[in-house]
Design a protein around this ligand. Structure first.
Ligand code: 13P
Length: 248
């Protein structure tokens, strides 16, 4: 049984003061459900959010990590630093990092290896850009990203993984993939994992959809058979909207 995961990705929004105000309001609205909820916040907000959500079941995630254990990497954050403060999840390979910060399938792969040496669960983002979908290459692109990301990982490790299918053309654009398009790709991702590992592993992987998920479309997306959750950008910044998505 896969427990759906609905995670907010705050990107570079909210100061600590704003994050704590969000947490206080969100806790008032939050009721334990069959869905796991998480907020992936900027590094400087993680400790405050862990404290604010203590005892609630609401998880906290980071949005990036460095792939080395430690070293002379000015400005970077290690998996041990995240683990020490109790971070539950870490997004890896978000399209914004691929686009603006030279994230490649190779660095994504190294980051997954690093995270799997801790208890932190990686949320691996994959997805095609518009030109790739228009050229009918979306499956090929996602397969390449998946194979690159998972290289050298064991079945045990991959069965703990969360994958987020985020078509780049649907992020922050208000343009959502249709529930059928999202479902089709999530099914395809599971098949890629099955081909690389086995049925037992692929049955355990949580596969989310991300891209303009909001209260008005969460129900139809979450009701699709192959979709186990959502990675929510803009709508996760507003407590009532994020709660409505969790209650889809
Ligand atoms: P939006 O929900 O704002 O489109 O962002 C999606 C996203 O990038 C989540 O990681």
């Amino acid at each position: 049984m896969r427990i759906p995961l609905i995670a907010g990705n705050w990107k570079m929004f909210k100061t600590t003061k704003e994050a704590v105000a969000f947490a206080e309001e969100f806790k008032k609205l939050y009721k334990d459900t069959d869905v796991r909820a998480a907020i992936c916040a900027p590094y400087t907000q993680l400790t405050a959010l862990k404290a604010a959500f203590e005892g609630t079941g609401i998880a906290v995630g980071a949005q990036n990590v460095h792939f080395e254990v430690q070293g002379a990497y000015t400005g970077e954050i290690s998996s041990a630093m995240l683990e020490e403060i109790g971070v539950d999840y870490c997004i890896v390979g978000h399209s914004e990092r691929r686009q603006y910060f030279n994230e490649t399938d190779e660095t994504v792969n190294k980051k997954l290896h690093q995270l799997f040496s801790t208890e932190i669960v990686p949320i691996l983002c994959v997805g095609e850009v518009l030109e790739e979908r228009d050229a009918g290459k979306e499956f090929e692109v996602v397969k390449t990203q998946m194979e690159g990301a998972l290289a050298g990982l064991t079945g045990d490790q991959v069965s703990r993984l969360v994958v987020a299918y985020e078509p780049v053309w649907a992020i922050g654009t208000g343009r959502t993939a249709s529930p059928e398009q999202a479902n089709e790709m999530c099914a395809y991702i599971r098949k890629v994992i099955e081909d690389l590992y086995d049925e037992e592993v692929c049955d355990r992987v949580i596969i989310q959809y991300g891209g303009s998920v909001k209260p008005s479309n969460a129900t139809e997306i979450m009701n699709m058979d192959e979709i186990d959750g959502a990675l929510v950008g803009g709508a996760s910044l507003i407590p009532a909207d994020f709660m409505e998505i969790i209650n889809f």
